[in-house]
Design a protein around this ligand. Structure first.
Ligand SMILES: Nc1ncnc2c1ncn2[C@@H]1O[C@H](COP(=O)(O)OP(=O)(O)OP(=O)(O)O)[C@@H](O)[C@H]1O
Ligand SMILES: [Mg+2]
Length: 310
């Protein structure tokens, strides 16, 4: 990686005796979409809030564009944008008033501000919303307006905390397409999500659990690191097949996905021996070639390991 846009070392936040963020370290390169994944209460928002200057850290370092984020940082903060999980807009202002207000905070004014507001609202399919009060917008509309507001000043680093939570599937796609556009403009994005198909679109991911960073890497590499494969079988008798497969030697886990049975097994186990064992019990099915576990499998594994260790 060239000089990282964001470099975080041993970042920690304690609330009294409770450690919400526990010595997290990671770096993000220019133009990356970096995803934060983790269960509720894992420490994702707390981490972002420290990096955005909303919350002072207990200890640790962070540098953005080479500048210490916890030092006298006013100039670098102008190069960051933040869309918080809850309140990113003033609810009693219209969308356009919000953008003009937040743009003003970032030092934009006059014709430049006017043009940026119009351009962003049009790009993010929010132009028609400009005269509406932010408090009256639907969730998807509010998120679009909030993204326009967080990106008006053309930040280098954009922090998006669950930007698509509560947004319908079509708008989600549009939101991610808009993020791609922002990356092409030169932005680097840190985004949290509970949606694993969105997570799969990130360049790299960090899994956070109990305030600790449990795994970090490209989605493909994270899936391969499980050292497991998954066979997906389709059969009319999917419930019976699930029960039988669960008892086969070498099987790690079996779960239903719709009417398909997903059998996960460690590297080294021959999938043909599993298929043969099922056929010999009279099952007929169609089988896909073995593939790596999904991010959902990985997520469940990490949470289980953590509970086992606790
Ligand atoms: N100001 C605070 N005082 C005390 N505890 C806090 C404070 N802010 C956050 N916490 C606790 O820190 C933990 C991490 O919270 P955080 O909001 O970072 O989780 P998260 O990963 O963003 O979860 P979610 O997916 O639900 O948004 C939680 O247990 C939360 O209750
Ligand atoms: Mg959160």
């Amino acid at each position: 990686m060239s000089e990282p846009v964001l470099d975080v070392q041993q970042l920690t936040k304690r609330f009294g005796t409770f450690t919400a963020v526990d010595a997290i370290s990671f770096s993000i390169g220019r133009g990356e979409i970096f995803g934060f994944l983790g269960p509720n209460g894992a420490g994702k928002s707390t981490t972002i809030r420290m990096l955005c200057g909303v919350l002072p850290p207990t200890s640790g370092q962070a540098r953005a564009l080479g500048i210490d984020l916890f030092g006298p940082t006013a100039p670098v903060r102008r190069r960051m944008g933040y869309m918080s999980q809850k309140f990113s807009l003033m609810l009693d202002l219209t969308v356009e008033e919000n953008l003009r207000f937040f743009g003003g905070l970032y030092g934009l004014a006059g014709n430049d501000l006017h043009q940026r507001v119009e351009r962003r609202l049009r790009e993010l399919h929010a132009w028609d919303l400009r005269a509406q009060l932010a408090g009256q917008l639907s969730t998807g509309e509010r998120q679009r307006a909030a993204l326009a507001s967080a990106t008006l000043h053309g930040p280098d680093i954009l922090f998006l905390d669950e930007p698509t939570s509560g947004v319908d599937p079509l708008r989600r796609r549009q939101f991610w397409a808009a993020m791609d556009g922002l990356v092409r403009e030169g932005m680097t994005i840190l985004v949290t999500t509970h949606n694993l198909s969105e997570a799969d679109q990130c360049d790299r991911l960090a899994f956070i659990l109990g305030g600790r960073l449990m795994a970090c890497g490209r989605p493909r590499d994270l899936k391969a690191s499980t050292r497991r494969w998954v066979l997906t079988l389709r059969t009319e008798r999917f419930r019976e097949l699930r029960t039988l497969a669960s008892g086969l030697p070498g099987v790690h886990d079996v779960l239903l996905q719709g009417r398909s049975v997903r059998i996960s097994f460690p590297e080294g186990v021959d999938p043909n021996s599993l298929l043969g064992a099922l056929e010999s019990r009279g099952f007929t099915f169609t089988a896909q070639a073995p593939e790596r576990p999904s991010l959902e499998d990985l997520f469940v594994d990490l949470v289980r390991q953590d509970r086992g260790a606790a």
